[in-house]
Ligand binder design. Structure first.
Ligand code: 5GP
Length: 177
């Protein structure tokens, strides 16, 4: 595999397609075991998680539902000055077994803001599946229940993740040189 140039930056191969697929299968096997007979609802957070969500879902053998949402933040009147809304979340989550699907947990800020909103609807359970996690970048206390890879604090692209709109179509994950 070669380096790729996206916009003005050079990225080098980091995680190969085969190792990504292997890890995704491992997570699916774990979820199949943990959620046997429980019909979980996967909530995939767009845009970055679409490939991970798709591959993970294909490897499930249990009954499960999935929906895709987008998180949008706008300047509101709250004390933090930022309000996070979930676009496309039109289901009642009361009593549901929820698994959030994220591409990457970086500082944890996004999930730290979003999870309380979900918990407000009183799901039966709430777990997080993330393909990537940067432990060194974590600022907010987020526990990833199903994790693909722990990675260093470097910017990555590919397999759904973008750099300024491009790079999502790469089958592998690349890191900034
Ligand atoms: P957090 O709120 O945990 O700091 O950031 C989560 C979001 O930031 C991810 O869902 C992703 O969209 C974006 N992000 C964080 N790190 C990276 C990275 O290395 N590459 C890309 N492409 N996006 C990232």
């Amino acid at each position: 595999m070669k380096q790729v140039k996206i916009h003005d930056k050079i990225f080098e191969p980091y995680l190969f397609e085969t190792e990504i697929q292997e890890q995704v299968k491992k997570i699916a096997i774990e979820i199949n075991k943990d959620y046997e007979g429980r019909k979980p609802l996967f909530i995939a957070i767009l845009n970055g998680s679409f490939m991970f969500a798709s591959d993970l879902f294909k490897n499930l053998t249990i009954d499960a539902e999935i929906c895709f949402i987008k998180l949008a933040s706008y300047k509101g009147m709250s004390s933090s000055g930022r309000v996070l809304t979930a676009i496309g979340l039109d289901m009642d989550l009361f009593g549901k077994e929820i698994i959030i699907v994220e591409d990457i947990v970086d500082t944890g800020k996004t999930l730290n803001e979003f999870l309380p909103k979900l918990l407000h609807q009183q799901p039966a359970s709430l777990k997080i599946a993330a393909l990537l996690h940067k432990p060194d970048a974590l600022v907010f206390p987020i526990n990833v229940d199903y994790l693909g890879f722990s990675i260093p604090n470097k910017f990555v692209v590919g397999y759904g993740l973008d750099y300024d709109g491009l790079g999502r179509n790469l089958k592998e994950i690349y890191k900034l040189v």
